[in-house]
Design a protein around this ligand. Sequence first.
Ligand code: PEP
Length: 251
Amino acid sequence: MSTRTPLIAGNWKMFKTCSEAVSTAAALVKSAADVSGRDVLIAPPYTALYPVSEVLAGSRVSLGAQNLFWEKEGAFTGEISAAMLASAGCRYVIIGHSERRQYFNETDETVNRRIQAALKGALIPVFCVGESEQARDSGQTFSVLDKQIKNGLKSFFAKDLEKLVIAYEPVWAIGTGKTASSRQAQEVHEFLRSLLDKSLGRELADSIRILYGGSVKPDNIAELMGMPDIDGALVGGASLNADTFSAIVHY
Ligand code: PEP
């Protein structure tokens, strides 16, 4: 039996003004009040982090950001540091989301620097990996993931990564309505855990939470969560509505 606490995370992407974010967060706090034995997290856009942190204070729902920059401070217009996120109430930060890799040229190397900065700043990274449709169709899923994990976690020791969360998000399943089957997702999660075992040791591999992301909905979450190596979900579209996200949280 796994001792890993499930984590259900909502990625709000570039949606919601401050007032929309506050009212969705307030509704979620209410509906998640009875949840136990699992962690819940929402990642609103930067502008809404602080107002949402006030709504989440003392609740069961944690706050995360969707990215960060690795420098502490300086002339980096438009960027935001780990300390700034922590001061806005964040506990987690999503790093290496496929939309960042695809539209903003993030690479395994910059993802690695962001993970370093997050850990230094006492934030918990939610490190995203996932293969494209083309990679899956050409049988390269495992080699792509191997490279993303090895490069993203380069130079870390197991002791640095105790809190790390990994999110497996097949790019072809994000926002497309196509979910990986629970069997496909389990196969990859098992592979990721074996990679962690080889490079960082069994203890870490057994304790790290690996989330699945890609068109998770209230009607597919229970089956996914029934898989032995799936420890939660990173939810995009279906996290924007408090009732829908709450149904996922209560799987
Ligand atoms: C995501 O944004 O990480 C995601 C998985 O999106 P969706 O649930 O909409 O596929």
